[in-house]
Design a protein around this ligand. Structure first.
Ligand SMILES: [Zn+2]
Length: 541
């Protein structure tokens, strides 16, 4: 499909087609840029103004980034974050619909009217056991065992708010028609909501979705992205209790089925495609050893680079679960889908527009303190001491070739329903393992603050492109039509599935009282580092 799509795209582009050269690192050299509409003098001036306004708002951006960092909430339990963000949006004239798609911590905020409708989204939840003092280059949790922003999802929604506020001012004065939407990637670490947002029709009238995601560079890509999509399924088994020593033959262990399923899957793993990823955790392993476990559950992520591939893994998982239940003499209960994500595909014309703005904005200026922290963290984690990136990419990244798999984001579901791009911005330190306390270190420091501001500038400029160039919105729609000509979106969630909003309740109940003591108070302290009394950077001698 990729190759055929590329062919059609080449026709779409006003530029002449060029044969695809095989590039390094699994990337094809991208075809020449499309003929996207250029800035005239007026648009250039509006962009300059928006960029200056984003810069002027950098203190507010920092406060938002630091506040959400300090809440450190896990997916579906983003209560403080939700209240905080919704309050800011309402104060700034947005109409906010809360609890959308059956998810209490999800919302859709709207400002403006008419076309185009531009949806600005970003993930917002944290990572288990990632509590970490910012600016400290070694493991030093704020609250031992508690969650934290060990990916950097505390920065993206602030980025979108700052960009939207800058553009809104211009829209009001220039009387530009258009609707801005701001929405959170609730429970993204569980890939738990975006398919439900689509099901609820939240993106029905959206022309373009610009998603932002924390990264270590300022970048964007188009076409099929690297990484995977996935389905997240919980398998539960039911047997019968008995005295484990007195009458074990009277019982049937549901835990046996869980263990047999895992053994079965791990044998099968060798014969699965190399680019697949799969992993599990046991969510219920019984109550106590002297009672044969009546119920037990195991939670799987099945990841693949294509939709049929994901479905195939899921069928294999179901078959192994049935076999395990038979071997253990227990019942396999109806399965539950806890999350899902389509593989991602990004819109070319919008990516090209964003890329020009990236070249314009450039990377933030890192201080010696920023680089010292980054290198100390990289050293601590046993990586190359490369410091922070200082240059923006020379070329826009095209479709991935030879995709070897990797992570997922349920923005994939949005990207198969409306023209979508993901803008990466440099708020974190390169070369870290991810989903780890080390990825929280930079996320309430000048690195995150400056990276988020840089991203907001690109975001504001790209929104202005879409508002002032109807031709660009049209090209985005045409590209999307080609993208979806042969591959149609079919949700991985089934009609009976509902958002798994009870997830993480227990963890947050356990840790929130202690975490609350460390919430950031911007009325008293200029930064969160100030509040915590952390010298920046704090590195090992
Ligand atoms: Zn993420």
């Amino acid at each position: 499909m990729n190759r055929r799509l590329l062919g059609v795209l080449a026709l779409l582009a006003a530029a002449a087609t060029a044969p695809l050269a095989q590039g390094r690192g699994g990337q094809a050299a991208p075809p020449p840029p499309m003929n996207i509409p250029k800035d005239d003098a007026r648009i250039g001036k509006l962009k300059t103004e928006a960029v200056a306004d984003v810069e002027a708002m950098k203190e507010h951006t920092q406060q938002m980034v630091d506040s959400i960092f300090s809440f450190g909430e896990l997916g579906f339990q983003e209560n403080e974050t939700h209240r905080y963000v919704v309050d800011i949006l309402k104060k700034n004239g947005f109409t906010v619909e809360e609890g959308v798609a059956g998810v209490p911590t999800a919302f859709m905020a709207t400002w403006g009217s008419g076309k185009p409708v531009i949806a600005l989204g970003s993930d917002i939840d944290g990572i288990p056991q990632a509590s970490q003092k910012p600016g400290v280059a070694y493991h030093d949790p704020l609250v031992e065992g508690a969650p934290g922003h060990g990916e950097g999802h505390n920065s993206g929604v602030p980025l979108n708010i700052t960009a939207a506020l800058a553009v809104k001012k211009i829209m009001e004065r220039e009387k530009l028609p258009g609707t801005l939407r701001i929405w959170p990637g609730t429970a993204e670490e569980l890939v738990g909501t975006k398919a439900y947002f689509i099901r609820a029709g939240l993106f029905k009238d959206v022309d373009v979705a610009i998603f932002t995601h924390v990264g270590t560079d300022l970048g964007v890509s188009w076409g099929e992205a690297g990484g995977t999509g996935l389905v997240s399924v919980e398998y539960s088994f039911r047997g019968e209790t008995a005295h484990s020593a007195g009458a074990p033959w009277r019982g049937r262990s549901a835990l046996d089925a869980v263990e047999l399923m895992n053994i079965g899957w791990n044998y099968r793993r060798e014969h699965l495609p190399l680019e697949h990823r799969s992993h599990y955790v046991v969510t219920n392993g019984g109550d106590q050893p002297n009672v044969v476990p009546r119920t037990a559950s195991v939670w799987y992520y099945f990841r693949q680079t294509t939709y049929p591939g994901i479905k195939g893994l899921w069928e294999t998982g179901d078959a192994i679960a049935k076999g395990a239940a038979q071997m253990a003499g227990v019942e396999l209960l109806p399965t539950r889908v806890l999350g899902s994500a389509w593989p991602r595909h990004f819109n070319r014309p919008v990516a090209e527009a964003a890329f020009l703005n990236i070249r314009e904005v450039g990377m933030p200026e890192w201080s010696d303190a920023d680089q010292t922290l980054a290198k100390a963290v990289q050293k601590e984690l046993g990586g190359r001491e490369q410091g922070l990136s200082t240059r923006v990419p020379q070329q826009l990244t095209g479709p991935v070739r030879d995709n070897r798999g990797g992570g997922s984001d349920d923005i994939g579901d949005i990207s198969w329903n409306v023209p979508t791009i993901t803008l990466r911005y440099p708020a974190n330190i390169p070369g870290l393992p991810g989903h780890n306390w080390s990825s929280a270190i930079a996320m309430a420091t000048p690195i995150a603050h400056k990276g988020t501001t840089a991203g907001a500038k690109v975001q504001a400029m790209t929104i202005i492109d879409l508002l002032t160039k109807p031709e660009l919105v049209k090209m985005a729609a045409e590209y999307f039509k080609e993208q979806t000509r042969t591959q149609k979106y079919e949700p991985l969630i089934r009609p009976q599935d509902t958002p798994a909003i009870e997830l993480n309740t227990g963890i947050m109940e356990k840790y929130r009282p202690e975490m609350r003591k460390y919430y950031y108070d911007p009325t008293k302290y200029k930064t969160y580092l100030d509040q915590l009394g952390i010298k920046y950077p704090t590195v090992k001698k």
